[in-house]
Design a binder for this molecule. Structure first.
Ligand code: GCU
Length: 618
């Protein structure tokens, strides 16, 4: 090899090593409880439909080139009047972060592609501390740079991620640049077709968290599977000093235990407990839990409850429970767009409580961590889900890895939340051998990460005459007979004809109807046979509830859906106007007539369960 080419190869190798992106660390548990510098606020942005800021005109990626520069991530300023620079963040407009771009800028309402975000901030990093740049969610693919250097890339529009920036954070001014791209792709998760708006951008909190050099990076502290008298779990330490003593305290439960972490930083706890006040929707007791080592401590609020199935019953803390639920999208109906703040989230859960719910299905993807913490606090059990939705690329190994990674992140993030009782591996996925393998592997993976909760999915159903058959083979693998059915909307004629139908469910498991419903334009009235009227939706709920109440083993439901939401699949100019109108609340917060039908059913069901006259286990 000629000397010159040898030298250029050497330069290339060195430059590649110097730019290996900061590993995307495993998620730090309860990271928002750390000392943080919030980066929420106005970020400058550049719309880049041709990804001109990422590729040169020969479609070579700037950040993979020898110099690793040239892209918008350099955040360059024009230094000399003769200099050619064709972008300028300082003079670009701004977007609010957190917040999707669609709802902030009219021309971005249907935009799919890349938008560059830039935030300039000052920092004063301290010796002996570590710093992590954390994103609550970016939809869908994010490339992140700090001071012109690539930190890494993340895929998945609803899961948090972080980068260790300890060696890259400057004292003084820093520039963080994010390339956010919400382009839908067949092999992604979700795939190209969904019944929700493809809100793009940095949709959840962004901050820098500070920890000691050696820190508590993860922990799980819950009741053992099926136990009411034993707490178990683990604490994971990271950093140089791993094998340390770890103290776990739950003062209100009279617990203080000291364990030793091994050389990998892992400490296990298992301790008998008595007279715990168990978490439940009626009494959402959360205990203050503190974990400490010689140089770090973290506090959390954790509830303790048991959730198991027994035949056709779901037992919460050993007692039969009926899941009085509703499905919810992560969208503020009043100001269409991803929920932006705790206020948005609290409003949605308060609406669910007004319906007398004790359960919410956070469809169809991981919601904001704050939503799940509010459910803990307000007493609402949670069905959590990843967007393995409809026609996923079942045969693509990368697609499976992506789906499994999103599930792992969801479980890692929310495993200490008592409210979460179900991990769902997907929704309405068409039957095939490759889909069965994909979903079965997901179920196995969930159980390997967390055996303390139920595993489910929204199964497929089919009909033969007036028989609605539920025999999806995936049903054998999960803990619930959980499925969607749209009698009197997509099939079955008008509501009064629904009484002809009955169910043939092949599993001896608790039955949870994960979706039923129909559209109504709020304020549009007519007779109950007139589609889109509130009266049609009201009659649909009456006939659905009558039909479903005949199911032996009915133990819950999450009708579709709490509030009208935006969808590109719903264009009817009179009734939809790009809204899916199956909400019980309109997008203006008005309760439709069907709301009161479901509320009465839940009030009656609550009474029956409290008097144990309904489906109680013998
Ligand atoms: C499906 C799907 C939902 C969708 C609903 C509908 O079951 O799970 O995401 O919005 O039906 O058609 O309204």
């Amino acid at each position: 090899m000629k000397k010159n080419s040898y030298i250029s190869l050497l330069i290339l190798v060195i430059s590649l090593f110097s730019r290996i992106s900061a590993a995307q660390e495993n998620l730090i548990q309860n990271i928002s409880a750390r000392s943080i510098i919030s980066l929420n606020g106005r970020w400058n942005y550049i719309i880049d439909p041709y990804e001109n800021g990422y590729y040169d005109y020969r479609r070579e990626a700037f950040d993979q080139s020898k110099s690793g520069t040239g892209g918008y991530f350099d955040d360059k300023k024009q230094e000399d009047k003769s200099e050619l620079l064709e972008y300028d963040f300082d003079h670009s407009p701004t977007l609010a972060v957190p917040g999707d771009w669609n709802s902030q800028v009219e021309k971005l309402d249907l935009y799919e592609g890349t938008i560059w975000y830039r935030n300039k901030f000052t920092a004063a990093p301290k010796q002996g501390k570590r710093y992590f740049l954390y994103f609550g969610a970016v939809n869908y693919e994010a490339h992140v740079y700090l001071n012109g250097k690539k930190l890494g890339m993340h895929k998945g529009g609803f899961t948090p991620f972080q980068f260790d920036i300890t060696d890259r954070l400057r004292a003084g001014e820093n520039s963080v640049v994010v390339k956010a791209d919400n382009t839908r792709k067949k092999e992604e998760v979700p795939t190209i077709n969904t019944d929700w708006w493809n809100y793009g951008g940095i949709t959840r909190d962004v901050f820098i968290a500070e920890t000691p050099a050696s820190y508590i990076s993860d922990y799980q502290i819950q009741l053992s599977k099926g136990s009411m008298g034993q707490i178990e779990g683990f604490i994971q330490l990271s950093g140089a000093e791993k094998s340390q003593k770890v103290t776990v305290e739950i003062p209100a439960a009279g617990i203080k235990t000291i364990v030793k972490a091994d050389t990998s930083g892992r400490a296990l706890i298992k301790l008998a407990v008595n007279n715990l006040e168990y978490w439940s929707p009626e009494s959402p007791k959360l205990y203050d839990v503190t974990i400490s080592t010689s140089n770090d401590h973290i506090s959390d609020k954790i509830g303790f409850r048991s959730i198991v199935t027994k035949g056709k019953d779901i037992l919460l803390n050993g007692k039969p429970v009926f899941l009085r639920g509703i499905s919810i999208h992560d969208e503020n109906p009043l100001i269409a767009g991803r929920a932006r703040s705790e206020g948005d989230l609290r409003m949605l859960l308060t609406w669910a409580k007004e319906l007398n719910c004790n359960f919410v299905r956070l469809a169809h993807y991981p919601h904001n961590e704050q939503m799940v913490r509010l459910a803990d606090e307000m007493g609402l059990m949670v069905w959590a889900e990843v967007p393995v939705y409809w026609t996923i690329a079942w045969d693509n190994p990368e697609t499976y890895k992506n789906a499994e990674a999103q599930m792992s992140t969801l479980i890692t993030r929310d495993k200490n939340r008592a409210a979460v009782i179900v991990w769902s591996v997907g929704n309405e996925t068409p039957l095939s051998d490759s889909r069965y393998r994909f979903m079965s592997n997901m179920v196995t993976h969930v159980r390997s990460m967390d055996n303390t909760r139920l595993v489910a999915a929204a199964l497929e159903v089919h009909r033969k005459g007036f028989e609605v058959i539920v025999d999806d083979s995936l049903g054998e693998k999960i803990d619930l007979a959980s499925f969607n059915e749209y009698g009197a909307w997509y099939w079955g004629g008008t509501p009064k004809e629904l009484s002809k139908y009955h169910f043939n469910i092949k599993y001896d498991k608790p039955v949870v109807i994960t979706e039923f419903g129909g559209d109504a334009l709020a304020g549009f009235h007519g007779d109950e046979d007139t589609r889109w009227t509130e009266e049609y939706q009201e009659a649909l709920y009456v006939s659905q509830l009558n039909m479903l109440s005949k199911i032996d083993g009915l133990r819950g439901m999450t009708p579709w859906i709490l509030a009208d939401f935006k969808s590109p699949r719903r264009p009817h100019p009179l009734y939809q106007n790009f809204y899916n109108r199956k909400g019980l609340y309109s997008e203006t917060g008005k309760k439709k007539k069907a709301f009161f039908i479901l509320k009465k059913f839940y009030d009656d069901t609550e009474k029956k369960y409290n008097t144990k006259s309904y489906g109680a286990s013998k």
